[in-house]
Design a binder for this molecule. Structure first.
Ligand SMILES: [Zn+2]
Length: 212
C-alpha cells in the first residue's frame, strides 16, 4: 500500500471553507450520535474518534462527505479513505470511488464533493412529466443513470433515462476524462490477469445495521 498522506489542520480549514461556500455544513456530534443509535450501526472493525463529515441537502437528496479527519484528535485516521455519498433518507444511491490519501487527497475529495453537490443541486426534471428523475444503478457495478419511471405519464409509455453526466459543466467533464481513462486502463490490466475490478469493494466488511 502506498504511503498515506496526512492533511494538515490548515488544509482542512481551506477545504471546509470551499465546502461552506457551496452550501455544505458540518455534521454535528449530536446528529452523528443519533444516526448511530437510530440505525444501531456497528463498524466493521473497532474505530476510535469521530470523523469530520459534511452534509449538503437539496431537491430531496443529501450529499455526505467523509474526510477521515478526527476532529478532537486533530489527525487523520490511519489507513482509511475519504468518501462522498448521495442518499435519499437512509438509502445510499451513489458512492464515489474511495478517495485514497495520496498527496492530492484533499483536492480529489473536494472535486468529488463539488460534483455530487452539483448533481444534487441540478437534479433533473423528467422532460416528459416534470417529476424529479431518480438516481438508479446501471448494469455495470458503479454505473449510474437518471431515470423517471412514471411511464403512464409519458407519451410513449416508456421509462425516461438521462446520462449520469447530464448537464454537468464541460470543464468538470473534461477534468474527469483523464481520471476515467486511467481507471479504465487499471481495470483492463486487472482483467488481463483474470481479476475483476472492485473486488476490494465487494470483499469489504460492511457496517452492521439493525433490521427495521
Ligand atoms: Zn417522467
Amino acid at each position: 500500500m502506498p504511503k498515506q498522506c496526512f492533511p494538515s489542520v490548515e488544509e482542512i480549514l481551506v477545504f471546509e471553507e470551499e465546502l461552506k461556500v457551496r452550501g455544505f455544513r458540518r455534521i454535528s456530534s449530536v446528529e452523528f450520535a443519533k444516526q448511530f443509535q437510530r440505525l444501531s450501526l456497528v463498524a466493521p472493525r473497532p474505530r476510535v474518534g469521530r470523523e469530520l463529515g459534511y452534509i449538503f441537502y437539496a431537491n430531496w437528496y443529501t450529499v455526505f462527505v467523509w474526510t477521515t479527519w478526527l476532529e478532537k484528535e486533530q489527525v487523520a485516521r490511519e489507513e482509511d479513505a475519504g468518501w462522498v455519498l448521495i442518499a435519499e433518507g437512509d438509502k445510499v444511491l451513489y458512492f464515489s470511488h474511495p478517495i485514497h490519501r495520496t498527496k492530492n487527497f484533499m483536492h480529489n475529495l473536494l472535486m468529488q464533493a463539488r460534483i455530487a453537490c452539483w448533481k444534487v443541486r441540478h437534479r433533473p426534471l423528467c422532460p416528459e412529466c416534470s417529476n424529479f428523475m431518480n438516481i438508479v444503478r446501471g448494469r455495470a457495478l458503479k454505473q449510474r443513470f437518471w431515470k423517471c419511471g412514471c411511464k403512464e405519464l409519458h407519451a410513449g409509455g416508456k421509462n425516461k433515462f438521462q446520462s449520469w453526466d447530464y448537464g454537468l459543466p464541460e470543464d468538470i467533464v473534461k477534468s474527469l476524462r483523464p481520471i476515467r481513462e486511467k481507471r479504465k486502463k487499471q481495470y483492463d490490466a486487472l482483467r488481463a490477469v483474470g481479476k475483476e475490478p472492485h473486488q476490494a469493494m465487494l470483499n469489504r466488511k460492511r457496517w452492521g445495521k439493525r433490521k427495521q
